[in-house]
Design a protein around this ligand. Structure first.
Ligand code: FES
Length: 171
């Protein structure tokens, strides 16, 4: 059963005071809860937030479903989003993603690698086309100007680091 930490609870209560309409706080509170729940929004997360925020769970679920940054299934410690459209697509984004997934031991996007360290998603343009191909790990700053070799290197580095994101931050 998911429950926010004391800090998390304080954060959510504070967010609720910041907006005229409390629904405006849903996104930031979902982010916080997702971080505390190992990187994904489970049904438990929705019901807990609903109780704490006094907002119907359907409204919270609607937001979690609409925005792609909320994961509806468990993810590895490093959720790697690889841009595969437009410029990134033309410059090898798909191949990059496939090679990194293979190195990490993921058979397909959405899988959690056997060591629990990786999940990959293929995503639409992240707005950094001039540094294609690029990826985002969890919510870290973008990792850009990649090629297959650099991508493989990155997976190995993250594995050696034992799971912290590139900058050591959470999801
Ligand atoms: S096409 Fe990949 S960031 Fe825009």
């Amino acid at each position: 059963m998911f429950k926010l930490s004391d800090e998390g609870l304080k954060y959510v209560k504070n967010e609720l005071t910041r907006y005229e309409v409390k629904q405006s706080a849903i996104i930031r509170c979902l982010y916080r809860a997702q971080d505390e729940n190992g990187g994904w929004v489970s049904p438990d997360v929705i019901s807990h937030l609903s109780a704490v925020m006094e907002i119907p769970s359907a409204q919270i679920e609607e937001v979690a479903t609409f925005y792609t940054m909320f994961n509806k299934t468990p993810v590895g410690k490093n959720h790697i989003q690889v841009c595969v459209t437009l410029t990134c697509g033309m410059l090898g984004g798909r191949e990059l993603c496939d090679s990194m997934m293979k190195e990490a031991g993921c058979k397909k996007t959405g899988d959690v690698s056997p060591d629990g360290l990786f999940t990959f998603s293929k995503v639409e343009c992240l707005g950094s086309c001039d540094t294609a191909p690029m990826i985002q790990i969890n919510r870290d700053p973008y990792t850009e100007n990649l090629n297959t070799e650099k991508g493989l290197e990155l997976v190995r580095k993250l594995r050696t680091a034992g799971g912290a994101g590139a900058s050591g931050k959470g999801h």
